[in-house]
Ligand binder design. Structure first.
Ligand SMILES: Nc1nc2c(c(=O)[nH]1)N[C@@H](CN(C=O)c1ccc(C(=O)N[C@@H](CCC(=O)O)C(=O)O)cc1)CN2
Length: 298
């Protein structure tokens, strides 16, 4: 599932893989409803009118409903105060119909995103950004795992038949949202993990030693074809809006046309990691519901 061969490496079809995961979630939700009458609920909070965020939130809302779950969309004005946002989070924490809470990022600059994230009940933190979930992940305890790295790991495990053990993984980028949890997940799969970032001195050389290369820096086309070890699996997390020939396009952090001839497999942008983010969010919501009610989901 989810892999097309082209001259050079394989293109990993994230859209197809995500569709399969969403089907799987929908089947489990239907089974749960039949058995218990209960319906998992996801609350998504959007502050302001950033166009890309509005699209992502709309998509989350639609896909949550399509999977048979309750979706609660909260759209707040751009000048919402920290106190009002925290009060909403408090209400959602206490609402028994809400099993997952997500605050769409980025928030307007006057708001303290860190305080908002730490205000979410860790058991409802389906983004996996709360410090408790970060700590649980890094100590090997059951955690809600950030959606984008979780989606990357699923694509990698599928490509590699489930076994990543002993492979050298290089993660370019050290954000709390992608780079660090990605590194933790790869470590938990027994990879040897290197994290490269803007101060790393020999990033191209390091990348050339990677069996698995995950790039999440937000710099269009940073990773060139000659940074890639022949046959490596390349996961491009970048979603960068650029103007090409006067038209707005989305490109990744990897120079795709160069890289695909060297890599053994590569995710495209769009159509690679992005769709997995929302599919994993719904999967996390189901996981959160199961843990809150001590109901096995699988
Ligand atoms: N609270 C969060 N905020 C943000 C997250 C997140 O995981 N939690 N991630 C990103 C945005 N994001 C989801 O919220 C997201 C980004 C991209 C895609 C996606 O499917 N991309 C498509 C292209 C879509 C387009 O044309 O714009 C693709 O790559 O194929 C889904 C979700 C930041 N904020």
């Amino acid at each position: 599932m989810g892999m097309d061969r082209v001259a050079g490496g394989a293109i990993i079809d994230g859209r197809m893989f995500a569709a399969g995961l969403l089907d799987d979630v929908a089947v489990k939700v239907a089974r749960l409803k039949n058995a218990t009458g209960a319906v998992p609920g996801l609350a998504v909070v959007l502050v302001g009118s950033d166009p890309a965020s509005a699209v992502y939130v709309g998509s989350k809302h639609r896909q949550t409903a399509a999977a048979g779950m309750n979706s609660f969309k909260h759209e707040l004005a751009a000048d919402t105060t920290q106190d009002d946002l925290m009060a909403l989070i408090g209400r959602l924490n206490g609402d028994p119909a809400v099993h997952g809470i997500l605050v769409q990022l980025p928030l307007p600059p006057h708001l303290d995103a860190g305080a908002v994230i730490q205000g979410i009940d860790p058991d409802k933190d389906v983004d996996g950004f709360h410090i408790s979930n970060a700590g649980r992940l890094s100590t090997g305890q059951p955690a809600l795992v950030p959606c984008t790295p979780l989606g990357c790991l699923m694509l990698l495990k599928h490509r590699l038949g489930g076994d990543l053990s002993g492979l050298h993984a290089v993660v370019v980028g050290k954000s709390n949202i992608v780079g660090k949890p990605m590194a933790q997940l790869l470590l938990s799969e027994n990879c040897t993990v290197t994290i490269a970032h803007s101060r790393t001195r020999n990033t191209p050389e390091l990348c050339r030693t990677a069996d698995i290369l995950v790039v999440a820096v937000g710099r269009p086309g940073l990773v060139r074809g000659d940074w890639i070890k022949p046959g490596a699996i390349v996961i491009d997390v970048g979603i960068n809006r650029v103007q090409i020939d006067g038209r707005s396009r989305i490109v990744g952090d990897v120079a795709f046309e160069e890289a695909r001839h060297v890599a053994g497999a590569i995710t495209p942008v769009p159509g690679g990691v992005g769709p997995m983010t929302i599919a994993c969010l719904l999967s996390n919501t189901l996981t959160a519901f199961g843990r809150q009610h001590s109901i096995p989901i699988d």
